[in-house]
Design a protein around this ligand. Structure first.
Ligand SMILES: NC(=O)c1ccc[n+]([C@@H]2O[C@H](COP(=O)([O-])OP(=O)(O)OC[C@H]3O[C@@H](n4cnc5c(N)ncnc54)[C@H](OP(=O)(O)O)[C@@H]3O)[C@@H](O)[C@H]2O)c1
Length: 332
């Protein structure tokens, strides 16, 4: 028997949502549903062309929809390439410059099981940066805004049950010692869940709710570029053949439920599968690893966070090291 995948219809008029990677797959269906419920939706994507096509497709698919029809949905594109930390910072800055509120931040964009090992222009393993680190930078730069938009503000990370294949090892972040596409994908998904717990625990007086989800096995474009992969091709054939893979619409249900279900308002640090809160693997709850991951991540991100923002994050309960510039001043 299949899982029951549903979410309540809620009125999102007046709410603003960002969906990263909202031009296709799970992100597309998430953005479409939020827009249909009345939210103003920003699709944060790397291709304006693909995002514009997606918005046109949403309008056409929602032509007769209620409460908001395709003609009336509010969906727009903003540029974001998560494989560049500068792009992630510029996206957040551009968003802040628009002086819009923000109520829902859906960290959905992702890549899976990249092979062979690829490094970004920032010199980091690509899955680590796209799935985890770039998203963390966006959260940190938008945190003050999110905290000002309570009481029901939610940040949802689209992780994966693939975090069970992770092997937490901060000494091999770039695969210089060894590389396995499955382990590195699992690591990036584990780190997403860990940050959910860490931020929720550290942020003082916060009404924001951080959660993470596994969407199920979903028939999307996630395996593109892996046509040569025996594992993925076999997996895809088997799951599609026996109907185990979900449609993107069903795959988005768990994200949407975590984002809008009033039953989860003020329920913090949940991890969802099949639209229900469940426990992730124990590795995700290792608090020593949370601290280590935070320290490691913030070192990589510090130069993208200006001192004013860092001071605000510190006031909110996060430990941010001084910037090189402020250390120089202290030395004087
Ligand atoms: N499908 C599954 O079975 C499954 C299972 C577990 C978890 N997930 C997770 O679900 C999330 C959505 O995946 P999906 O299955 O919907 O895959 P998808 O159809 O491939 O969609 C992925 C989205 O991420 C975007 N993206 C990729 N690299 C990016 C970058 N550097 N910067 C900005 N955006 C980028 C893609 O943009 P482009 O269109 O421009 O490439 C696309 O919009 C991912 O985080 C994935 O790990 C999926």
């Amino acid at each position: 028997m299949g899982a029951s995948l549903s979410y309540p219809e809620v009125d999102l008029a007046g709410k603003v949502a960002i969906v990263t990677g909202g031009n296709t797959g799970i992100g597309y269906e998430t953005g479409k549903a939020l827009a249909r419920m009345g939210a103003r939706v920003i699709l944060a994507c790397r291709s304006e062309e693909r995002a514009t096509e997606a918005i046109a497709k949403m309008r056409s698919e929602l032509a007769e929809a209620k409460p908001v029809s395709g003609e009336d949905i509010s969906v727009e594109f903003m540029a974001l390439d998560l494989s560049s930390l500068a792009s992630a910072r510029d996206f957040a800055k551009a968003y802040l410059a628009r002086r819009l509120p923000l109520h829902l931040l859906i960290l959905n964009a992702g890549i899976a099981m990249i092979n062979p090992l690829q490094l970004t222009d920032d010199g980091l393993e690509k899955q680590f940066q796209v799935n985890y680190l770039g998203h963390l930078l966006i959260v940190l730069l938008l945190l003050e805004l999110l905290s000002a938009n309570g009481p029901d503000v939610r940040v949802v990370s689209v992780s994966s049950s693939g975090h069970q294949f992770a092997n937490f090892d901060l000494t091999n972040i770039n695969g210089s010692k060894s590389y396995s596409r499955v382990t590195f994908y699992g690591n990036s998904k584990l780190y997403q869940i860990m940050m959910t717990y860490y931020l929720q625990k550290r942020l003082l007086n916060s009404e924001m709710c951080f959660s993470s989800v596994h969407p199920g096995v979903v028939k999307t474009e996630i395996a593109r570029g892996h046509e040569d992969s025996i594992i993925l091709t076999a997996f895809s054939k088997i799951s599609n053949g026996i109907g185990a893979a979900r449609s993107p619409e069903k795959g988005a249900a768990t994200t949407i439920n975590a984002a809008v279900n009033p039953a989860f308002a003020n329920k913090k640090a949940l991890y969802f599968e099949d639209c229900k809160p469940v426990a992730p693997r124990r590795a995700a709850r290792n608090e020593i690893h949370h601290e280590e991951l935070w320290a490691y991540s913030i070192k990589l991100l510090r130069k993208y966070i200006d001192d004013d923002c860092a001071a605000k994050l510190t006031d909110m309960g996060l430990t941010i090291s001084p910037s090189a510039a402020s250390l120089d001043q202290q030395d004087d």
